[in-house]
Design a protein around this ligand. Sequence first.
Ligand code: NAG
Ligand code: NAG
Ligand code: NAG
Ligand code: NAG
Length: 372
Amino acid sequence: MLATNSCSVLALFPGYTKKKTVILLILLALIYFVLNWDGIKYSKISETPMHETHRIHRRNSALTSSIFNPTYQDYQRLIDLNDFYFNIINPEACNVPVFLLVLVSSAANHLHHRHIIRTTWGQQRTGIKIIFVLGKVQDNILQREIVKESNVYGDIIQGNFLDTYRNLTYKTMSAFKFMLYHCKKASYMLKIDDDDFVNVPLLLNFLKNDLSVSGTDNVFICNHLTGYQVSRNVSSKWYVSEMDLSDDFYPSYCAGWYVLLSPDVLFRLYETTQKLKYISVDDALIYGYAREKCNLVHTDFTRFTREYSELELDFNETYDSLPLLFGGPNMSSEQIKKFWLHFRSRPVLKSLRHEEKSRTKVLSKIPKVISL
Ligand SMILES: *[C@@H]1O[C@H](CO)[C@@H](O)[C@H](O)[C@H]1NC(C)=O
Ligand SMILES: *[C@@H]1O[C@H](CO)[C@@H](O)[C@H](O)[C@H]1NC(C)=O
Ligand SMILES: *[C@@H]1O[C@H](CO)[C@@H](O)[C@H](O)[C@H]1NC(C)=O
Ligand SMILES: *[C@@H]1O[C@H](CO)[C@@H](O)[C@H](O)[C@H]1NC(C)=O
C-alpha cells in the first residue's frame, strides 16, 4: 500500500533518481511509524480479546486537587461505616518521593508474612514505599506487638474496623484512602496480599520503560475473572446473602490478590465504591461493580503471573526467560524466598514489550501444565 502510493507519487516527478526514491520511502516509513507509535507500542501489552481495544494513555497524572477534593466527611466514612479513622498511621512514609506505592493487605496476626516480605522482595529501595494495611484486633498483646512493629519499621497502617475476612472490603478501601489522603504524589499503586511475590526489578522496568517515569493515566492491570457465580453457601468464605446482592453472577472483575493502578483509576474506584452497598467480596465489588459503574476497562496480565500449581515450577534454564511480574496467591514463605532468590540472580528484562518474541521460542519447550 505504502509502496504503491509512493511510486505513483514519484511518477509525477520523472526527474527523481533511485537514491532519492529510497530516501523518500524511508521518510514515508518514518512518518508512518511516528503516527502509529502508540498503537505499535501497546498493541502487545493489551491483547486479550476482552480488552483488545484498551490502550494505556501516556500522560502524567499525579493526582491534582482538581480531581480529588477531600472532605472531612469523606475521610471519616468507609462505605457504610461513619466513624472511620486510622488507629496507626505513618504519614511521614510518603515524605520522600514515591514512584510506586505498594499497599500490602495483611492479616493483623501475620507478623511472619510481613517479616518475609521486608527481607525478600520488599527490601528498601529508592522510589518504592511498602505499607502493610491491617485492621483492628481485640487481643491487647497482639496489638502491643503491632505497635512495636510499626515503631521499628514505620510501614504499618491500621484501620479501626475489626480485622476479619468479612471486613476485607474495608481493608482494601482503607488502603485506597491512605493513598488518596496521605500519599497522593505516588505515580503508581500496587495493591497486593501478604502471601504473594513481586518481581520488583521487572515491575519497575515495565512501569518506567513501557509506561512512563512520570506517571501514566488509566492504568488498571490485573488478572481478569469472568463468569463467577455469587456464593449462597453460608459456610463459604465468599458467601453473600440474597438480601445484600440479588445477582446470580458477578460482572467481570479482577482477582483481588494483586492490582496495579494509576491514581486517577484508584480515585474513581474509591469514589464509586464509597456509594455502593457493602459486600465482603472486595474484588468483585471494587473491580467488578464499581469498575462497571465508572466505565473503566482493565488490562489482563494473567500471562505475566503464576498462580497455585504453577508455583511449583522448578527454576531452571527452561523458565529463565519467562517474564514474571507476580506470583501468588497463597504462597508459602519458602516459595516467596525461592522466587526472590531466583529472580535476584537473573538479568532483568528492560521491557515487557519485547518479551513476546523470545517467549514464543521458550513456550514451545515448556510442558503443557503451565498454561499461560
Ligand atoms: C467489621 O468491622 C466492624 C467495625 O469494626 C465491626 O463492627 C464488625 O463486627 C466487623 N464485621 C465482621 C464480620 O467481622
Ligand atoms: C459450602 O462450603 C463449604 C466450605 O467451603 C464446603 O465444605 C461445602 O462443601 C460447601 N457446600 C456446598 C453445597 O457447596
Ligand atoms: C526444568 O524443570 C522442569 C519442571 O520440573 C523439568 O520438567 C525439566 O526437565 C527441567 N529442565 C532442565 C533442563 O533441567
Ligand atoms: C493455601 O496453602 C495451604 C498450604 O500451603 C493449603 O493448605 C491451602 O489449601 C491453600 N489454599 C488455597 C486456596 O489454595
